[in-house]
Design a protein around this ligand. Sequence first.
Ligand code: CMP
Length: 140
Amino acid sequence: AIERTLSIIKPDAVAKNAIGEIIARFEKAGLRVVAAKMLKLDDDKAGGFYAEHKERPFFKDLVGFMTSGPVVVQVLEGEDAIAKNRDLMGATNPKEAAPGTIRADFAETIDANAVHGSDSAESAAREIAYFFQDSEICPR
Ligand code: CMP
């Protein structure tokens, strides 16, 4: 089915000037960017996004990292977009990410892991609404 998913290009990948290379991978895989913006997250916005991880030991570092520089948030649309994006990203820990995945090629550590992608239809709906108004999404 045609789905939408939220993608974030994280501060490490933005700092590496890899925005274009990462978006090219989405487009080459048949995903369409239907919304995009660059943002500098603050503690509240990053903490709210990752609220499900609030009690995890890595939460403080995660928020610190995600507010360390600008990010690019996008809505990707296409056939099986949620799973397709996760396949393109590779494992959360870049040391475990399959060769040729975004995290294998651009990420250094489990914190600075280049990209975020929604992990389910429910997360995708919540995460898209967290960053975008309906009027900012351009179906095509
Ligand atoms: P992301 O997919 O954005 O979702 C939560 C993030 O927490 C994850 O990517 C990692 O960058 C970060 N993180 C740090 N430590 C861990 C961990 N032990 N398990 C899962 N995620 C972690």
